[in-house]
Design a protein around this ligand. Structure first.
Ligand SMILES: [Zn+2]
Length: 438
């Protein structure tokens, strides 16, 4: 697809957006269309996973068109644009929040891609509590026609539509937003579709650094990533240990839903809730587990369990209403890290770092956190540290770090050189490596 096409696309959007009435000409009803949730969820997943969006890869016209389509959905749901938006409610452009996705590359400068998160607000009903926000989020980007991150490289430049990853989560939060528009909670709700997730949570990393609402007024974040392939009534919910009250919230939410809910303590994991947890916010991640089509060109709409996705929305809606209507905020707690990285390349050495994927401009590997109880934490490394040397090897980016840890063994004592704080203090820290998965 040509650059010229992209330019003409953008122009068309601006015109339509500002008119604020949908093409049907009727004023949008709070909560949008009258069709059933499952019909709407099916329609939204089928639309986002359609070839016309070409798998929605960050920085491509397909991703931009998907963002435009989502913002029109927000307008139809009469969500409010965030503070500082270029135009008011119902105006599609008001929901788009551009950011530059910086993707680190091996032996090359980071790749810069202009893209957008989509953000809207459902105002709460309580005169005091509505100044606090629960965030509901899902990434809408996927792999596009690229083999980067794909598990079926042999399929070449086939379109990877990501019906489950993550058209399903994107549709789930639209369904939840519709219900909340029809029956708002006491606290307000921030609805966010992230781009840049497949390149390393870049959209949520950018969002938490430039939030339209102060982080201090956010009380929790609910993330929906891959909720479209439920089997055996099973749903996995991460984040159990990120707030003292979270087990009670989840147990009461699940009561009577005949779901097989497995609650996992972790606050971090390979999706956007991690960016919020690392800002000390309670989080939940709803997930119906991996499947053989994950990150392949076969992750298409026909395999989606729409009824299962709606059941995830039912569970999440209950949890959200408990969190958003309770008098007191949840009590944030640091969660253990139980999901060790699967055995990958190297000798199984474990370090326990959480790289800041949004900091691709640094020379070194910036940490956005350390895994609780891991070797790095035990040795005293912390969020914000910039690793510049590992076991005698220079580290210029995440790839150098991966090579260095890959060459180490469990039990090795390695010297890690970090640059810390505003004074750029250089520290050498001795770390005893653990065993991955151990
Ligand atoms: Zn995903």
């Amino acid at each position: 697809m040509s650059l010229a096409f992209r330019a003409c696309c953008a122009l068309a959007l601006v015109v339509v957006g500002c008119r604020s009435t949908p093409s049907s000409g009727t004023a949008p009803a709070p909560g949008g269309s009258a069709i059933s949730d499952s019909a709407q969820v099916a329609q939204d997943i089928a639309t986002l996973a359609d070839d016309r969006f070409e798998g929605r890869r960050t920085g491509t016209p397909g991703n931009d068109s998907a963002a435009a389509w989502l913002s029109r959905r927000y307008a139809a749901l009469t969500l409010q644009p965030p503070p500082g938006a270029p135009c008011g409610a119902g105006c599609a452009n008001g929901y788009l929040r551009p950011f530059a996705a910086r993707e680190p590359r091996r032996n090359a400068a980071p790749l810069l891609r202009e893209t957008r998160n989509v953000v809207g607000i459902i105002r709460g009903t309580d005169p005091v509590l509505r100044d606090e926000y629960v965030v509901i989020g899902a990434h809408f980007d996927h792999l596009g026609r690229s083999t980067e991150g794909a598990l079926d490289p042999a399929a070449g430049d086939a379109i990877r539509n990501g019906a489950d990853d993550n058209a399903s989560g994107s549709a789930a939060i639209l369904a939840l937003a519709k219900r909340l528009r029809q029956k708002p909670t006491k606290r307000s709700v921030l609805v966010v579709h992230f781009s840049g997730e497949e390149q390393g949570l870049l959209g949520s990393a950018a969002f938490v650094e430039t939030t339209p609402i102060p982080l201090s007024r956010m009380v929790a974040m609910l993330n929906f990533d891959m909720v479209g392939r439920m089997r055996d009534d099973k749903v996995i919910v991460y984040g159990l240990a990120t707030a003292a009250e979270m087990r009670a919230v989840l147990d009461s939410a699940a009561a009577g839903l005949r779901l097989n809910v497995s609650q996992v303590p972790d606050g971090t994991g390979p999706s956007d809730h991690s960016s919020f947890y690392l800002k000390d916010l309670p989080v939940l991640h709803f997930f119906t587990d991996v499947h053989p089509d994950y990150h392949r060109a076969t992750d298409d709409f026909p395999a989606i369990n729409v009824a299962g996705a709606v059941r995830v929305v039912d569970l999440a809606e209950r949890a959200l209403r408990t969190i958003a209507d309770r008098p007191a905020r949840l009590t944030f707690t640091k969660a253990p890290s139980t999901q060790r990285a699967a055995a990958g390349p190297g000798n199984g050495a474990y370090f326990g770092s959480i790289p800041d994927m949004g900091a691709a401009d640094d020379t070194g590997m910036r940490l956005s956190g350390v895994s609780p109880g891991g070797p790095a934490e035990k040795a005293g490394l912390k969020a914000g540290d910039l690793i510049v040397e590992f076991g005698g090897r220079a580290v210029k980016n995440i790839y150098d770090y991966t090579d260095a840890i890959g060459a180490s063994r469990p039990g090795d004592v390695v010297a890690v050189v970090v640059v810390r704080g505003p004074s750029n203090e250089r520290l050498t820290i001795s770390v005893t490596l653990g065993r991955r998965g151990g």
